[in-house]
Write a protein that binds this ligand. Structure first.
Ligand code: ZN
Length: 316
């Protein structure tokens, strides 16, 4: 196991992660801060009839594209890193200045639904329609098709993988099944999965909104970021993939972003970390699979063809 060489344990197999990816230039881990720029899409979806009179909630969410995104992109420029933003197509159409700022910085724009609709509440045809309609919006804004997708609310459906494969996506970023990239395989083909999990999501520590029916005890900036740092340390130690799932309106707020800059400094200061856009990580993983230097775990989808709980079934 090559990744353990620096701590003098080259001969001891690291069993925490059995198949670490050979990251570029011998990096110990890959890291990507991904921002889901949902803006007020989520409010209109949650309260379709009353959202437009919920001015305070809208102002909280619009802080993302209006105030936080320029700040975030400026920080990335300072550290000379390129990262990924997943953006509902409706937000792409409604916040052109934020989109321009993101593109000027060389960052990736990934697919995140049309108006943050939940794929598990849509028929297959509806999911396909909004997927395609949003691809068109991304092509119009960026000049290229999206390479990656994150399901709104992480709600990847039993149809999602096949639809993404049919549209030529290379990766998904919605699932939580491993510490390293793995493959999703269906009868139609395969996708690279770049996983994360709720422990790397900023809603639990930083979001409190009665309008969104989401009431949490907000953490201080440093307390809220501490779990992300611990997650990073573990990935760095064992060769994993660290993917923060953050939101401009939440982590992009001033005091939190001041702490994030310190955290990025800490992460880069550890050395041997590959900060990259998700599309670059997916392309690297694909190249390693193709040249045989990485053998990923494979998840076959769907996990189940029909409901499986016999006790619940008997009661129906
Ligand atoms: Zn989202």
């Amino acid at each position: 196991m090559e990744g353990g060489a620096s701590n003098g344990a080259a001969d001891v197999e690291d069993i925490m992660i059995r198949n670490p990816v050979p990251w570029p230039n011998g990096a110990k881990c890959a890291a990507a801060i991904t921002f889901d720029m949902d803006a007020d899409s989520i409010l209109h979806l949650h309260h379709p009839r009353t959202s437009i009179s919920r001015i305070s909630a809208m102002s909280m969410l619009r802080y993302g594209p209006e105030v936080a995104v320029p700040r975030i992109v400026e920080t990335y420029r300072k550290f000379d890193i390129r990262q990924s933003f997943f953006i509902p197509a409706w937000c792409i159409e409604n916040y052109p200045a934020a989109i321009e700022t993101i593109l000027e910085g060389g960052h990736e724009i990934g697919h995140h639904g049309y108006i943050h609709e939940d794929p598990n509440r849509l028929s297959r045809d509806e999911e396909e329609y909004w997927l395609k309609r949003s691809i068109d919006a991304i092509v119009k804004a960026t000049g290229q098709r999206p390479r990656g997708w994150r399901a709104p609310l992480y709600n990847f459906s039993n149809n999602s993988a096949d639809l993404l494969i049919a549209e030529g996506f290379t990766y998904d970023a919605s699932l939580m099944g491993d510490d390293v990239p793995y493959l999703l395989r269906t009868a139609k083909g395969e996708l690279i999965e770049l996983p994360s999990h709720w422990g790397l999501d900023d809603w639990p520590p930083f979001v409190h909104s009665m309008d969104m029916d989401y009431e949490m005890q907000i953490k201080s900036p440093s307390q809220g970021l501490e779990p992300f740092r611990q997650e990073f340390d573990a990935m760095w130690e064992h060769g994993g993939l660290w993917v923060g799932v953050w939101h401009p309106f939440a982590t992009g707020r001033l005091a939190r972003w001041v702490e994030v800059e310190k955290m990025i400094e800490y992460m880069l200061g550890k050395g041997d970390v590959w900060f990259a856009r998700m599309e670059d990580i997916a392309a690297h993983v694909r190249a390693c699979i193709d040249d045989g230097s990485y053998e990923p775990r494979v998840d076959r989808l769907p996990y189940y063809e029909e409901p499986v709980c016999p006790i619940a079934m008997a009661g129906e």
